[in-house]
Design a protein around this ligand. Structure first.
Ligand SMILES: C[S@@+](CC[C@H](N)C(=O)[O-])C[C@H]1O[C@@H](n2cnc3c(N)ncnc32)[C@H](O)[C@@H]1O
Length: 270
């Protein structure tokens, strides 16, 4: 089951009030949105976006299967306004790790896919088997901050000369052989496959443009590249920063939900 990260804190900072409208840009299993919907009753609505929807439509919840990089188009299409609050809870869900069968977890034996949206063309398998050594090394270094990026890329190239690399155990063996970090390398591939940093970069300015004055924007990120992007974007005199330091989960939350370990929440008011 997906446990919403920093649920209490997200609600405290977004501060949803009766009849306000919210956009959940990464609705996933809908945990955060369920709490928002309760607060914005009786007439407030949530527009929930995800690259692949796993939820059913319900009262006051409108769903859009799309990329949040298209935020402005989406709200025009659904004529969804005014907007009082926007949430991004970035990255993957427990569903991706545990149930999708798409190779997000190095603990499973699955094909190397890693797409959030199965309609997209680029998979982890394509990156690993067809991209150049320099490109693979770059994404491992940039998106995974992997110190053994060059050694891992080298081994990928050597291995694929003999046979194609198709599943998670094959990749795991290569990373371990190069004494690399499994989590960091898997993260780097996931970020590249889903173009995660570019999507966030495109979405943040659209989000603030859409918000009503006084509207709140909350972003939960899970690695330093994303957090840096959010932090820099929030440094703008027209925003009031509501979280001087990023809000992180309590020890109790981390114990119940280890996935929350690296979460950082930042919130502004327009
Ligand atoms: C951490 S989960 C969100 C969990 C959700 N807050 C909940 O309580 O269930 C992140 C979700 O964002 C989706 N996602 C990632 N990148 C996206 C993008 N560019 N556009 C839309 N959805 C995206 C993923 O498919 C995933 O379901």
């Amino acid at each position: 089951m997906h446990i919403p990260v920093l649920q209490k804190e997200v609600i405290e900072y977004l501060d949803p009030k009766p009849n306000e409208n919210f956009i959940d840009c990464t609705i996933g299993e809908g945990g955060h949105s369920a709490a928002i919907l309760e607060r914005i009753a009786p007439r407030g609505k949530v527009l929930g976006i995800d690259r692949q929807l796993r939820l059913k439509q319900k009262e006051r919840l409108i769903l859009a299967e799309d990329n949040f990089a298209n935020l402005k188009n989406i709200i025009e299409q659904y004529k969804f306004h005014p907007v009082n609050g926007i949430l991004f809870d970035l990255g993957m869900s427990s569903w991706h790790l545990e149930e999708s069968g798409r190779g997000f977890s190095f603990k499973k034996k699955e094909p190397l896919d890693m797409r959030y949206d199965p309609k997209e063309g680029l998979t982890a398998q394509k990156i690993i088997n067809y991209w150049s050594k320099a490109e693979i090394e770059r994404i491992l270094r940039e998106y995974g901050e992997e110190r053994r990026a060059s050694q891992i890329a080298e081994r990928i190239i050597e291995t694929r000369k003999v046979r194609s690399i198709e599943n998670t155990p094959q990749l795991r063996a290569i990373i371990e052989g190069a004494r690399g970090n499994l989590a960091q390398t898997f993260q780097a591939l996931r970020v590249a496959v889903n173009d995660e940093l570019n999507n966030l970069d495109k979405a943040l300015p659209q989000a603030v443009e859409i918000l009503e004055p006084g509207g709140r924007l909350a972003v939960i990120s899970f690695h330093s590249l994303e957090d840096r992007m959010v932090k820099n974007f929030f440094k703008n005199p027209s925003f009031e920063i509501l979280t001087k330091k990023p809000v992180t989960p309590s020890r109790a939350e981390i114990e119940i939900n280890p996935r929350s370990r690296s979460a950082k929440l930042r919130v502004i008011r327009k």
